[in-house]
Design a protein around this ligand. Structure first.
Ligand code: FMN
Length: 191
């Protein structure tokens, strides 16, 4: 009898901490697109303090320790972020900075990341996406090299806090399929 493959764990992080966030709504929409053996946790950034190396003593701030543990235990990360002033929102950059320590040996090292951006505007946050990918590269994470997922006009594509736009769901489904293939490929490479 062959053993069933270990479940895949995904940590999802929204680049927005506001209650009605479109990006968090996009992440809430992913569960039905994932196979049953894939477990996804949305980790909110609300309690993450501003990065300060003075707080990186023996005991990290509790919220930061939880976030780093969630990333460390995950097989991969899914990010969905808005764009602020043509760039990466401070809360997300701040979280990446915390998660990136110790430099080049952090929980982000080697971690596959599916990056998505969303905006009520027409560009779908592509400028923020470029900056997010750049920051992830600095941490030695593995932002997926594939067609980018940028969701323009996101406000009109949500219904009751979930994505309800079939073409967008299809684009995301293909991205998730590539992401899971990458995770399984990395698992096989390391087994
Ligand atoms: C400070 C600020 C700057 C913004 N700059 C941009 C921008 O450069 N490009 C863009 O597409 N949207 C911009 N927006 C609009 C956001 O995309 C919009 O508020 C979005 O809903 C935020 O994401 P959320 O719904 O997940 O919170 C900006 C919003 C704020 C508050």
């Amino acid at each position: 009898m062959t053993a069933s493959p270990a479940p895949v764990r995904i940590t999802a992080i929204s680049g927005s901490i506001r209650n009605g966030s479109h990006c968090t709504a996009v992440l809430r929409s992913l569960d039905p697109l994932l196979p049953a053996q894939v477990k996804m946790e949305i980790f909110p950034l609300n309690d993450i303090p501003l990065y300060n190396a003075d707080l990186e003593g023996d005991a990290l701030p509790e919220s930061v320790a939880r976030m780093k543990a969630s990333i460390a235990e995950a097989d991969g990360l899914v990010l969905c972020s808005p764009e602020y002033n043509y760039g990466i929102p401070g809360v997300l950059k701040n979280a990446i900075d915390w998660a990136s320590r110790p430099g080049f040996a952090s929980p982000l090292k080697g971690k596959p990341v599916l990056v998505m951006t969303a905006s009520p505007g027409t560009a779908g946050g592509v400028r923020a996406q470029a900056q997010i990918r750049e920051a992830l590269m600095a941490t030695l994470a593995r932002p997926l090299v594939r067609q980018h997922i940028a969701i323009p006009g996101v406000a009109a594509k949500l219904q009751e806090g979930r994505l309800a736009d079939a073409p967008t769901l299809q684009v995301i489904q293909e991205g998730l399929d590539d992401f899971l293939r990458e995770i399984r490929w990395l698992r096989n490479a390391h087994s």
